[in-house]
Design a protein around this ligand. Structure first.
Ligand SMILES: Nc1ncnc2c1ncn2[C@@H]1O[C@H](COP(=O)(O)OP(=O)(O)OP(=O)(O)O)[C@@H](O)[C@H]1O
Length: 280
């Protein structure tokens, strides 16, 4: 199979003036405790996810990684039984501040899910700009075209779809659909992109393409990824956090820090066992 060539330079943005409160942001979780009903799933988890970096969240199944990720853009509260304590700061501003709108957090902190979820009957072009309606952004035709191209270039998909932008998003391969979802997330100019096992449904070639895309994007948007794939965490992330929920206890972060150091010389025996495939 031919490996697609990635990332022609992005076209001149339709509006690339620096805007205050835009660009990659540092996300800081402080003392996050989370419950589903009476079941406590996280216990005072604190983590700083640096701007313009890729942070990987690793750990065995059920230790609360996805819950933590969903707390970072206020999706946890969509579950009726869910509750949480603690703070999430986006460049120092609490996203749970009651004065702030929920949509502000979701706009600044985008999410890509495990299973690619483009609108299947909608064209590739319309998929990319689908989020703009939700944020109330109106663009003229020419600006829209530039934005579509910019996001598809950044999502690593432009060269493969530039001649069929009117074809349905559902006609793309799984890996292409996932990159379309990344492009759709980028269209609303998030400052942070959360990715929940974005490659778990993809073959190794598509996985590597997404990983390259992530690395290229990291200068423009802070990335936080949940992954079960240790090689992937080692390949793509700058910093890493190892979550663990010992039997019957809520999830905690056992160790976090520079990915290379954590994989080469973990400080905690449990981290060493996990990254070396001895459990989980
Ligand atoms: N909607 C929900 N309602 C009730 N309990 C939930 C819900 N979502 C998750 N949980 C529970 O919260 C705990 C943490 O789940 P979570 O999905 O965050 O873990 P995870 O580390 O991401 O797991 P995996 O790696 O398998 O995806 C688990 O015990 C799970 O059963």
């Amino acid at each position: 199979m031919t490996q697609p060539t990635l990332h022609a330079p992005a076209p001149t943005s339709y509006d690339d003036r620096p805007v205050p409160g835009t660009g990659p942001a540092t996300l800081e979780a402080r003392d996050i405790t989370a419950w589903f009903g009476s079941h406590q799933v996280l216990d005072r988890v604190s983590l700083t996810m640096p701007a313009s970096g890729i942070t990987a969240l690793i750990g065995p199944s059920g230790c609360g990684k996805s819950t933590f990720l969903r707390i970072l853009n206020r999706m946890h509260e969509l579950v009726p039984s869910a509750a949480l304590a603690g703070e999430v700061l986006l460049d120092g501003e609490d996203i749970y501040d009651p004065q702030r709108k929920l949509t502000d957090a979701r706009r600044a902190i985008g999410m890509v899910f495990q299973k690619p979820n483009p609108f299947p009957a909608m064209s590739i072009r319309e998929n990319v700009v689908a989020g703009l309606r939700l944020t109330g952004t109106r663009l003229g035709k020419a600006d829209k075209e530039l934005l579509v191209e910019e996001c598809l270039v950044r999502g690593g998909l432009w060269k493969e779809v530039k001649d069929r932008l009117d074809s349905p998003g559902g006609g793309l391969s799984g890996g292409q659909q996932q990159r379309l979802c990344i492009a759709r997330s980028l269209a609303i100019k998030p400052r942070v992109l959360l990715m929940d096992e974005p490659c778990s449904a993809l073959d190794p070639t598509s996985t590597r393409v997404i990983e390259e895309t992530m690395k290229d994007l990291a200068q423009q948007v802070t990335i936080v990824i949940v992954t079960h794939n240790m090689q992937q965490a080692a390949r793509v992330s700058d910093t890493c956090a190892f979550f663990l929920a010992s039997q019957g206890t809520p999830g905690v972060i056992v160790e976090h820090g520079d990915t290379e150091a954590m994989f080469a010389s973990p400080r905690d025996q449990r981290t060493s066992d996990y990254v070396n495939g001895r459990f989980g």
